[in-house]
Design a protein around this ligand. Structure first.
Ligand code: FE2
Ligand code: FE2
Length: 275
């Protein structure tokens, strides 16, 4: 299109608003980052390489089964609650952003399934996360509790993926698959931080007190689930305590969240040992 003098003038006038800027600080900005970073799970990964895992095979497969389940539950909860969140916080941009996260999690399911099928160990319903999902979504304030719960799970996924890339025993296809997902998860953590900030801005002292009590219970259960992975973690060289320390340190990067939600002895023990 040829820009006329007038349309150029309009563009120049509108430029300072900069609606197109991809930024992790706004919901629409994050959506634009997601559009720009879109990847094709069939073409981005070389699925023809043989997968050699040696003696980490069993541990790695078991960890991936957990992950598959977590991705599935994550996707299901977003779909259930994203509209409610947008209504609650009166912010339609949230729906656009969370739909990009749905698309990402669906892609993650696709690559995990494809990889596990290649290993002749297709994902099965293990139900380990069902109590956590139930705890995160049933009863009052489901949106707030979902956003809080997601902060833990997304941060933990990021820490596990980062560690996986350092493990010499994981095959190149597995690492490629994780590398692509990690790019998405970094954006999801940024989105969750926006969600957490939105939530804290909307909660008075009483609501914060109730949510903090709930969060402590949730974290206790979630930490227990992560620790249950220790036998598999030992097989691949990933210590759950290391993952937990990294996750808590990452969450504590938000000073207001740290002050309001990470003051309990369990959180403080992880933060102290990471410092
Ligand atoms: Fe994911
Ligand atoms: Fe995610």
């Amino acid at each position: 299109m040829i820009a006329t003098k007038n349309s150029t003038a309009v563009l120049e006038q509108e430029a300072p608003v900069n609606y197109d800027k991809a930024s992790a600080k706004t919901w629409d900005g994050l959506s634009r980052m997601a559009f720009a970073a879109n990847w094709d799970p069939e073409a981005a990964i070389n699925w023809n390489l043989p997968i050699e895992l040696g003696n980490v095979r069993e541990g790695w497969i078991n960890i991936l089964h957990y992950f598959y389940e977590g991705e599935w539950q994550g996707l299901e909860i977003i779909q259930r609650l994203m509209n409610k969140a947008a209504h609650l916080f009166k912010n339609p941009e949230m729906v656009t952003y969370y739909s990009t996260q749905c698309s990402d999690e669906a892609k993650h399911l696709f690559v995990f399934r494809r990889y596990l099928n290649k290993l002749n160990s297709p994902p099965s319903k293990e139900k380990v996360f069902d109590p956590l999902v139930w705890l995160a979504t049933s009863g009052p304030m489901p949106v707030e509790r979902w956003i809080l719960g997601t902060f833990f799970t997304e941060t933990m996924a990021g820490a596990i993926f980062q560690k996986t890339l350092e493990l010499p025993a994981i095959d190149p296809t597995g690492k490629e698959m994780i590398r692509w997902q990690l790019k998405d998860e970094s954006r999801h953590i940024a989105g969750t931080k926006l969600g957490i900030q939105t939530l804290m801005d909307h909660c008075g002292p009483l609501k914060t007190w109730i949510l903090r009590a709930w969060w402590r219970l949730f974290v206790k259960l979630a930490v227990k689930e992560v620790r249950n992975l220790k036998p598999y973690g030992d097989q691949v060289g990933m210590d759950p305590e290391y993952i937990l320390r990294k996750s808590f340190a990452k969450m504590a990067e938000m000073p207001e969240f740290k002050e309001k939600f990470l003051g309990d002895p369990l959180s403080r023990s992880f933060l102290a040992s990471e410092a």
